[in-house]
Design a protein around this ligand. Structure first.
Ligand SMILES: Cc1ncc(COP(=O)(O)O)c(C=O)c1O
Length: 362
């Protein structure tokens, strides 16, 4: 029987956030960091219109979308490549720049797709320790070898919800050799409102070895259509255009992306809701004696006394139809990641957590 490359069998397949429930039960899915309000209404309209042309191949260059992204982010459209989610961009970067004998570096509790994509390309994933569940620049730099090709920094990071500031990102870049690509994964960038933070686009403009990846799956509520993009120097764009599929972004996804970028009402509502609801939820959890790590994202990371407690709480919520995610797969089995849903969903989640904690304290 034919076999794939050895490295493929080292991959632990990605398991998405839980979503199935008991028959007839209302499901509250807080397990995948999706937006709470459905897709942007303007994107839904645009997708309906675009689907009338679904018999045509999409624009392989994503020209209108790249133009809209460039205008929105004040960058050059020629330095953008779009993909089927930032997952695809991450995979293409690994495929293009790494192979057997190469190393892909990232922090220890970071997004699982870095390991999966590195292994799929035949490369070796290498992790650096974090400090208080936050990227530690010195630890990352200490792990750089002459085999290192790519360094991924999710900023903010999933699942820790933490981020490092501009000066630390600059220090990390300054410590890397020119022939190592620094990839700033800015999937949650829109949620950060710290003036000392950078999404990384300015570094891409100034350096030849920095890439920023972005997604429509979080703030823009479009995880289901698979749309992401990267901002990169011309030589990386050239490589990405060689390795990607010619029509890797569907006609509906391109239309939805353009429309979502114009849906200011949706974006403002989502951002202000996230901030207000997250604060309220965190305060309530802390009131119950649960440790919550600071979050700059649309999810929070809570820590229980031990893995058993975390598992029991997850199951107690599941029983009520509330799906959250235990972080064993990310090396944090005592932690639970909870996405910020609607106000009502968070009230129901909190009620179930309160009941569980009170039962434990009896
Ligand atoms: C840090 C990080 N990067 C990238 C992604 C992938 O996003 P996309 O839906 O664009 O593939 C995620 C999704 O959860 C994420 O958490």
């Amino acid at each position: 029987m034919i076999k794939a490359k050895d490295s493929i069998y080292k991959i632990t397949p990605y398991v998405g956030g839980e979503s199935g429930g008991k028959e007839g039960q209302r499901i509250i899915k807080l397990s995948s960091n999706e937006g709470p309000f459905g897709p942007p209404p303007m994107a839904v309209e645009a997708m309906k219109l675009a689907s009338e042309n679904a018999h045509r191949y999409p624009d392989g260059g994503c020209n209108e979308l790249r133009g809209a992204l460039a205008a929105k982010n004040n960058i050059n459209a020629d330095n953008i490549v779009c993909g089927a989610g930032s997952d695809e961009i991450i995979a293409l970067l690994c495929k293009a720049y790494t192979g057997e004998g190469d190393e892909v570096l990232y922090t220890e509790h970071s997004f699982l797709m870095y390991a999966i994509s590195a292994k799929a390309a035949g490369a070796t994933p290498v992790t650096a320790p974090e400090k208080d569940l936050t990227t530690d620049v010195d630890a990352l730099l200490a792990k750089v070898t002459d085999k290192t090709k790519l360094v991924f920094v999710a900023n903010p990071n999933n699942p820790t919800a933490s981020y490092i500031k501009r000066d630390e990102i600059e220090r990390l870049h300054a410590g890397l050799p020119d022939d190592v690509l620094l990839i700033i994964d800015a999937a949650y960038t829109e949620y950060v409102d710290d003036p000392d933070y950078t999404d990384g686009h300015d570094l891409v403009e100034r350096h030849n070895n920095v890439v920023v990846t972005r997604t429509f799956s979080k703030l823009y509520g479009l995880g289901g259509i698979r749309l992401g993009w990267c901002h990169a120097p011309a030589h990386v764009i050239d490589v990405m255009n060689r390795v990607r599929g010619p029509f890797n972004v569907s006609i509906e996804a391109q239309a939805a992306g353009v429309a979502a970028l114009q849906d200011d009402a949706f974006v403002e509502k989502s951002l202000s809701h996230n901030k207000q609801c997250r604060t309220k939820f965190v305060t309530a959890l802390e009131g119950l004696g649960i440790k919550v790590y600071p979050s700059a994202c649309n999810f929070i990371l809570a820590e229980l006394e031990d893995a058993k407690r975390a598992e029991d709480l997850r199951l107690a919520l599941k029983d009520e139809g509330v799906f959250i995610r235990q972080m064993g797969g990310y090396g944090l089995p005592t932690c639970l990641r909870i996405t910020i849903g609607t106000e009502e969903e968070m009230d129901i989640a909190l009620q179930a957590i309160t009941t569980y904690i009170h039962k434990c304290n009896e």
